[in-house]
Design a protein around this ligand. Sequence first.
Ligand SMILES: [Cu+2]
Length: 117
Amino acid sequence: MLLLGKAAAACELPPGARIESDRLAVSYWTIPAKITVGQPFVLELAACPKGGAVVSERVKLDAFMPDHRHGMNYRTKVVPLGPGRFHSEGWLFHMPGRWDFVFDLGAERLTDSIRIE
Ligand SMILES: [Cu+2]
C-alpha cells in the first residue's frame, strides 16, 4: 500500500480568500466578513506548505494603501492558533479605496488587494 504525502493530506485550508506563493498556499478571512471604513476587524489565516515545508511562526500581517503610500494607523497583533493557523487583531482601515494585505510568513510574502467602499 502506498502512503501518499502525509503532510499534504493533513493540511486543509478552510474556506476564505486564497492566495499562494512559491512555497505556501494561504486562506484568510475577516470577522466581520465585510470590512467597514473606520471599524476594527479580526483577520484569521491558515497556511499550508507546498511540498513538505514547515510554516514559519515568524508572522507579520499588515496592510497598505498603495495609491496613497501609507499603511494603517495601528499595528496588528498576531496570535498563533496551532501549526499554520493564526488569529490577528487590531485591523482598521481608516479610508475607503484600495488596500493591499501584506502577509509575511517567515521568508514568504503573500499579498492581496481589496477595495473598501
Ligand atoms: Cu489612504
